[in-house]
Design a protein around this ligand. Sequence first.
Ligand code: HEC
Ligand code: HEC
Length: 305
Amino acid sequence: MSDFTGNAWSVFVAGFTVVSILACLLLLWVTARKKVAADEDNTTGHVWDGDLREMNNPLPRWWMWLFVITIVYSLLYLVAYPGLGSYGGQLAWTSAGNYQKEVEKARVQLEPLYAQFTARKPEELAGDPNAMAIGERLFMNNCAQCHGSDARGSKGFPNLADHDWLWGGEPAKIAETIHQGRTGAMPPMAAAVGGADDVKNVAHYVMSLSKGPHDSLRAQLGKAKFTACAACHGMDGKGNAALGAPNLTDDVWLHGWGEQAIINIINTGRNNQMPGQQGKLTDAQIHVLSAYVWGLSNKAVVGKP
Ligand code: HEC
Ligand code: HEC
């Protein structure tokens, strides 16, 4: 209701509601006063099945009072709760406020538990089945839609369960990623490389870095052009975690492997975003999540101090 641009609709809706309720009262009053002409034996003259006669008795009193009570109740309700146009009600109740209260209650209940978690290092926490059960729940609710329920990602969404990291895989780096989000920005590079043939050559050089099948002549020609890429991916193509530039020498591909996929990204570039979770999750929740994500690729050392 609060998104009405003006007051007119609100007044209209409120007026309509009040008039409808008053009309109910009026209806009750009118029908209670109106006498239906009946025969002497107090029947209406309607007969069914031979001898079933309709009597002309008034509504039972208790029934009528129920009706009055519902009307009074509706009026009291509309004074207390939101329902009349954009009027918020005397109790100032809102569904959002109700939700906030429940969240707050849960927070207070969970605070001692999370305090235990935040007091421990993520590496240690990753070995605690209790904390990891909560971490998994948090991951399913907040991260799985992009990274997959097994955290193995998909095209454009990095695998968090391997040892290959765009931005760094230490718990502190993971926490930083979750807190503030990340934008992996690869600009369109075709112009800096040269013509379409040069782009293809560089693509073959990139394919050669991870020892995949490639045209070695093209790769050799492309190598010289790779200087344009070195600022981010490094001269050796091993990437740069400060920029989120991927290692091109391993066989892990965020945007797909193969000549065409690589040519595409050189031509069009890519802006890949991980949304920051700071406002959505508490610091303690992010702490547990960092431990959970770190633990996924460090199963062998988890729990060992
Ligand atoms: C809307 C989709 C989306 C959601 C939701 C999301 N992520 Fe991401 N995440 C991404 C993308 C896309 C990237 C890659 C960013 C880039 O290319 O640099 C990423 C990157 C990351 C990285 C860095 C990986 C690396 O290799 O350095 C981590 C860690 C991560 N996400 C964890 C999480 C966690 C934990 C959550 C849940 C709280 C989460 N993400 C929720 C899309 C998402
Ligand atoms: C300004 C920095 C920058 C420059 C210059 C740059 N890149 Fe990138 N590149 C990135 C970033 C960041 C990503 C990751 C994008 C993402 O997070 O999705 C990327 C991704 C890629 C990928 C996809 C890797 C995968 O795992 O799928 C390829 C291939 C690639 N770059 C090749 C090149 C080539 C070839 C050049 C030179 C012609 C180049 N890049 C120049 C920053 C750069």
